[in-house]
Design a protein around this ligand. Structure first.
Ligand code: UDP
Length: 340
């Protein structure tokens, strides 16, 4: 069974391609490589021992996307990762985010309908919850106004999928996966996160600081109402997160879902503070990390972590990798990158 993976050369996409192939599916990658690198394909080859078909196509380009569906008959489901994902950049370039993130989904949905492909797994984000009133957040926790255009595109894409599936003649079935904070790398250290320039995210910033590429980590605020004053997040190993997509694809193909579109949180169900992550990294790497406490970062949610019960009960999905092991894998990946 072929599974089309848009953004399949990206961080989460590439790990999902590995898990799909190892679960017996035939992944087919579509990626425009604006925020991913060709070297990922070599990493996939090293892990899987074969090439994964890959099309250098922008999902917004309808003719090119149609071409992929024509060349790859028998696609059973699409996992749609392809999107811009930097919160700060989305504030500076909102139109680019709306055009790219919603535009690529619209084109994809039209082409899927034309080719009779009915199953879609969509990459959503816990950012749709905004600043939640209560923790942990369940799938029934009301969404709040997003704090960035990026977050708003995820909310809009969720709505687009719901409305499309609800149309009278629609055959679309969707699973919306709301990711918490993915971290870490493949156990082989052949795949991992490849941030361009200065990383925005905590863990690549930590590993680059430990590797001497950055002078120090600045922790964004220590005066929040959390156990040690720093932000709380739910950090999930990227390989575990990839597994959630396999469970979602299975569920779509089995056609057992009572609703056309289902939503799942994908997190560990545990929150950790920034300082806890720093100390766990020090333990995992055996290094001391140079860090300072700085001011709060605009737009940061004080604390959020997942209620992971629905994913466990309905998808049979639970995480397996500890925070310590996740950070150890991120460090191994950083060391591999340093080796060139
Ligand atoms: N963070 C930090 N210093 C950094 C990067 C991130 O203190 O250089 C904190 C950030 O304030 C947040 C957490 O680490 O509380 C995770 O941030 P990240 O950008 O990785 O993910 P987000 O939760 O914002 O999507």
């Amino acid at each position: 069974m072929k599974i089309l993976v848009t953004g399949g050369a990206g961080y989460i996409g590439s790990h999902t391609v590995v898990e799909l192939a190892e679960a017996g599916y035939e992944p087919v990658i579509v990626d425009n490589f604006v925020n991913s690198q060709e070297s990922v394909l070599a990493g996939l080859r090293a892990i899987l021992g074969r090439d994964v078909p890959c099309y250098r196509v922008d999902c917004i380009d309808r003719a090119a996307l149609r071409g992929v569906f024509e060349k790859e008959p028998g696609i059973g489901a699409v996992i749609h990762f392809a999107a811009f994902k930097a919160v700060g950049e989305s504030v500076r370039k909102p139109l680019a985010y709306f055009e790219n993130n919603t535009g690529s989904l619209l084109t994809l949905l039209e082409v899927m309908r034309e080719f009779g492909v009915e199953n879609l797994v969509f990459s959503s984000s816990c950012t749709v919850y905004g600043i939640p009133d209560a923790l942990p957040v369940t799938e029934l926790t009301p969404t709040k106004p997003a704090s960035s255009p990026y977050g708003r595109t995820k909310q809009m894409c969720e709505d687009i999928i719901h409305d499309t599936a609800a149309a009278p003649d629609a055959h679309l079935r969707g699973i919306l996966l709301r990711y918490f904070n993915p971290i870490g790398a493949h156990a082989s250290a052949r795949l991992g996160e490849l941030p361009l320039g200065v990383p925005n995210n905590l863990v690549p910033f930590i590993t680059q600081t430990a590797a001497g590429l950055r002078d120090k980590l600045t922790i964004f605020g220590s005066d929040y109402a959390t156990p040690d004053g720093t932000n709380v997040r739910d950090y999930i190993h990227v390989g575990d997160l990839a597994q959630a997509h396999i469970a979602a694809v299975r569920r779509l193909l089995e056609r057992t879902a009572p609703e056309a579109v289902e939503t799942f949180n994908v997190g560990t169900g545990h929150g950790n503070t920034v300082l806890e992550v720093v100390h766990a990294f020090e333990q995992a790497s055996g290094l001391k990390l140079n860090y300072v406490i700085g001011p709060r970062r605009a737009g940061d949610v004080p604390a959020i972590y997942a209620d992971a019960i629905k994913a466990a009960q309905v998808l049979g999905f639970t995480t397996k990798t500890s925070l310590l092991d996740s950070l150890a894998s991120a460090w191994q990946w950083q060391l591999t990158l340093a080796d060139g």
